[in-house]
Design a protein around this ligand. Structure first.
Ligand SMILES: C[S@@+](CC[C@H](N)C(=O)[O-])C[C@H]1O[C@@H](n2cnc3c(N)ncnc32)[C@H](O)[C@@H]1O
Length: 215
């Protein structure tokens, strides 16, 4: 059982899910076999629901891994729309490129290679949706750039914000080496909730997901 959700409920919800197409299933299975951390099923479904209602033309993703979530999101982009996704790991970049090609999404998804800490400040166009799924300790640092790049009426979605529930526990109960990240994530969630330009909901699903609407 995860600290946030009950395994039997997750199992049941997964059992009644419609099948994904073969390419998506293959990318997911390969990722799981290679211990690549991709979005969980609940997050996949949430993204699909949100993007189906929003129909964005431009999405920014921070943390491509092997391209799984980008490929999922690409089904909901408007004609001529684009996804920009950022990844710094060379191994991930290689696999992501192959997967994006196999899924025939090269005309929609552009992979920017390098550290988001350097790349974000070079981006100029605004986005309808930003999906933050990179190193958790950096969310706080990336927030000002994300807010600059998010359109009014846009949606900022962040994954893994509850860190298996530890974020909700006292800092003294987490190992010393994890305290900095614990502090930073708490500060991040506080800022999302108290930013007057955002309307935020923190969902205790998967490993914790935030949804913030830019007013
Ligand atoms: C959780 S995985 C992303 C999973 C992906 N969104 C999916 O669900 O298919 C996080 C990825 O972010 C990348 N990453 C972490 N920090 C980063 C940074 N500062 N700049 C670019 N990539 C980063 C990691 O290398 C890793 O591949």
């Amino acid at each position: 059982m995860s600290e946030i959700t009950y395994q039997y409920i997750r199992d049941y919800l997964m059992a009644i899910e419609p099948d994904d197409n073969m390419i998506i299933r293959k990318i997911r299975n390969e990722a799981l076999n290679n211990n690549v951390p991709i979005i969980k099923s609940e997050v996949k479904n949430l993204l699909r629901f949100l993007l189906a209602t929003k129909r964005p033309s431009r999405i920014l993703e921070i943390g491509t891994a092997v391209g799984y979530s980008s490929i999922i999101m690409s089904d909901f982009i408007t004609t001529n729309g684009k996804i920009i996704t950022i990844e710094r790991s060379e191994d991930m970049i290689k696999n992501a490129k192959e997967n994006i090609k196999k899924a025939q999404k090269e005309h929609i998804i552009t992979l920017l290679e390098g550290d988001a800490g350097n790349i974000l400040s070079t981006l100029e166009d605004e986005f309808d949706v930003i999906f933050m799924d990179a190193a958790k300790g950096q969310y706080l640092t990336f927030l000002p750039e994300c807010l600059r790049l998010l359109k009014t009426g846009g949606l900022l979605i962040c994954d893994n914000v509850l860190q298996n529930g530890t974020v909700a526990k006292s800092r003294f109960s987490v190992p010393r080496r994890q305290r900095t990240i614990h502090n930073r994530m708490r500060e991040y969630l506080w800022q999302l909730n108290h930013n007057k330009n955002l309307q935020t909901s923190i969902l205790p699903i998967a490993d914790g997901v935030t949804l913030s609407y830019k007013k």
